[in-house]
Design a protein around this ligand. Sequence first.
Ligand code: SAM
Length: 349
Amino acid sequence: MTASRKLAVFRLPPLPTIGEIIRLYNLRAEKQLSQNFLLDMRLTDKIVRQAGGLSNAHVCEVGPGPGGITRSILSAGAADLLVVEKDTRFIPGLQLLAEAAPGKVRIVHGDILTYKMERGFPQKLARKWDDEPPDVHIIGNLPFSVSTPLIIKWLENISNRDGPFVYGRTRLTLTFQKEVAEESAALSAPVRSAGRRRTFLACWVFCNFKHCFSFPPIIAFLLQSEVDVGVVHFTPLVQPQIGQPFKLVEKVVRNVFQFRRKHCRRGIEMLFPEARRLELSEQMLRTADVDPTLRPTELSIPHFRNLSDAYSKLCSDNPGLLAYDFRDELRKKRRSRCIKEEEEELKLK
Ligand code: SAM
């Protein structure tokens, strides 16, 4: 067993170090793009190990930059590595790496937020949703400003079983700001975790979510980053904890968290048009059997499940409700108030 695992691990030929690649191609980290590079191969190996065994796996690395994590993925024995990098400056360094691992690395110069991952790997890798996860992994150390919108997009993909999840329950290993990763892990505690974040609440609904470890920037980065980094591993759940579509769950969670310090009733009211706000929010809370005086941070996933189910029922009874956004109503009100004031002014002239 050990021998076969050893055989599968790939040994890259001697290459310039990541530091040398950075100097060779003049890859200055752009602070405004939050670019920080991992230089310590022991650390990149440790991050990659959190994905599980990669021997002969198909991997997509998001934002490879100068290629530290990329090397660790190859050394772990991945058969096929697709890298998606937005910044053109990194492409020559990645090509050097691709030449060192013939037939293993595919380079896409593009934006991971728009890249169509459903075309990234052969369809034959696909597994049924309730089977074991496929041998397809996503790994990445992206700027935090990208990883949050990305995980929201991927949660929706999980809910729809499209994007990277056409292959089944594709596993993700990503970095986040340490405090976000650690607080989010605390979501598994039943209630009252003050620091819970709404994005990660949605993660818990759709994924098995593990905070693997954290590290301070000082040991890892070329450019001094202010924040510690947490490595998080996600496996989509066979059965999400809430049986409603991501968009609906996200809308309920987002509105409830609108007023973090107020009673949850306040945020729930915002799901409904002003004319029927009190009536429908009371009906939703009653059907969900949720105490309206609980704070958003005191609500557990079963509370959100009941709220989402109750809201879904109201949406089927009231066509157009799902598309309602209180901000549109506010904007319209403001606009008509401005028009009225202008008309009054014209009358006075
Ligand atoms: N993974 C490398 C490492 O750990 O050393 C680089 C990390 S750096 C924090 C983030 C990398 O993601 C940069 O190479 C950056 O150009 C790339 N990146 C940022 N936004 C991206 C996007 N939307 N799509 C693809 N790559 C992106």
